[in-house]
Ligand binder design. Structure first.
Ligand code: FIX
Ligand code: ZN
Length: 417
């Protein structure tokens, strides 16, 4: 019998403190290191014009998408602030996130104008801003989304790009999997000897390209988002490339692959980044992938709420399947709680509960503060359940468990210290 007895109040305090102070490895973001300067979005105008908020604003129909997106960013931000904050209560998760973030800087949007908030951010140098946000959010290191076909980002891929250990890279290969012919054309333009006379897809050239990209940015994993109808069967779209190029490379290099499944790209194209939708996806494809590739480590997140239970059950069967995050439309308090509870009841501590998906530097603050609060509540309830069986956790036990959830499991998966 363990002899450390904590009453409910002490237990709740110890759990909250451990979670609040936990250092985080954020396994999926769209951020960039300071060397990328303007590529790294930050400050109030980038926060307000995040695609989650633009689509919420456009729902009110006061301005059409074409007209809205033709405006400069600061005027878009003015409209969003007016529509979602000034003339309506900002009750959505994305709006609340803005308020949590401003509050963390000691800014009070109920009394300060957008102008004075803009002045606050303008006075922060890029390096100061990065240091401040990582310190406030508790994020010790984060993984970026690095697309070799992104014309803006790729020119930055020099030694300086991977100098800052806090910003780790992930090689994002959606284009190769979802539009292989176009990807091959780009390889040819970059001097790769693509055997176009085969008429088919040149796997050796694609694998060489993957390896060359990995040499340049040292990714901690390969990543791809996949549509709801993703299927792992001979002859399905992308099957050959996934099997003979990507998974073959992962097995040789030992790099994990992160699969983000269930996005319906651009169901409303005029909304741009905000135009994507969600679809139910057969989890069987994930099970078959893990079964047939036992030496590859899979990090998987799925976008449909309806997929979460089957994904967690599948993870029980495959030690090479690590479930991560409450992705995108699931990153709302009601769903983060439901999914985290269900995962802990099915998987214990063997999952990565959250990633931020931050596109704007300051979002790290609210996305993690909001998620930490929910994960702490779930953990507390589970420890209370244990106490009712006579099993008392100690403060050391709690610190150990919390470290696993917020960084340990991630570090083990992606091989960082
Ligand atoms: O595919 C992805 O990495 C998605 O997370 C993004 O495309 C999406 O726009 C996003 O930022 C969701 O939070
Ligand atoms: Zn993302």
């Amino acid at each position: 019998m363990r002899d450390d007895r904590m009453n409910t109040t002490d237990l709740r305090h110890v759990v909250q403190k451990a979670v609040e102070t936990a250092k985080i490895v954020d396994v999926h973001t769209h951020l960039y290191p300071p060397c990328c300067d303007k590529l790294l979005l930050r400050g109030i105008d980038d926060l307000l014009t995040y695609h989650y908020l633009t689509v919420e604003t456009l729902r009110y129909g006061e301005i059409g998408p074409e007209k809205f997106f033709a405006l400069p960013k600061n005027l878009q931000a003015d409209i969003i602030w007016d529509v979602l904050f000034e003339r309506r209560s900002p009750v959505s998760e994305s709006c609340r996130g803005i308020l949590t973030t401003l509050n963390s800087y000691g800014l009070d949007p109920t009394s300060e104008s957008l102008g004075s908030i803009r002045t606050f951010f303008a006075e922060l140098s890029l390096d100061e801003h990065v240091d401040l946000v990582l310190e406030k959010s508790g994020v010790k290191s984060l993984v970026m989304t690095n697309n070799p076909f992104d014309e803006e980002e790729e020119p930055h891929w020099g030694p300086g790009f991977i100098k800052d250990e806090r910003f780790r890279t992930a090689l994002r290969i959606d284009d190769m999997l979802n539009s292989p012919q176009a990807a091959l054309k780009k390889l040819e333009q970059r001097g790769y000897n693509v055997a176009s006379d085969t008429g088919g897809l040149d796997y050796p050239a694609m694998k060489k390209f993957l390896s060359d990209c990995a040499d340049r940015i040292k990714p901690v994993y390969l990543a791809a988002s996949l549509p709801p109808d993703f299927d792992w069967s001979e002859g399905s779209a992308g099957y050959g490339i996934l099997r003979d190029v990507v998974l073959s490379y992962c097995e040789e290099s030992g790099l994990p692959i992160a699969l983000m499944i269930g996005v319906k790209k651009l169901i409303n194209p005029v909304m741009g980044l905000g135009g994507d939708g969600v679809g139910f996806s057969p989890v069987e494809a994930v099970a078959k992938l893990c079964l047939e590739n036992p030496h590859v480590k899979f990090l998987v997140t799925m976008l449909a709420r309806e997929n979460q239970h089957e994904l967690a059950v599948t993870a029980r069967k495959f030690p090479n399947l690590m479930v991560f995050g409450c992705w995108w439309f699931l990153n709302n308090p009601s769903l983060v709680e439901e999914i985290t509870r269900m995962r802990m009841e099915l998987l214990g501590l063997s999952f990565i509960p959250q990633h931020s998906d931050a596109r704007v530097l300051d979002q790290l603050i609210y996305k993690w503060k909001h998620s930490k609060g929910i994960i702490a509540d779930v953990l507390f309830d589970k420890y209370e359940d244990l106490a009712r069986t006579g099993w008392q956790v100690s403060a050391e036990d709690i610190a150990r468990d919390v470290e696993m959830l917020f960084s340990g499991n991630a570090k083990e998966q992606i091989g960082i210290k």
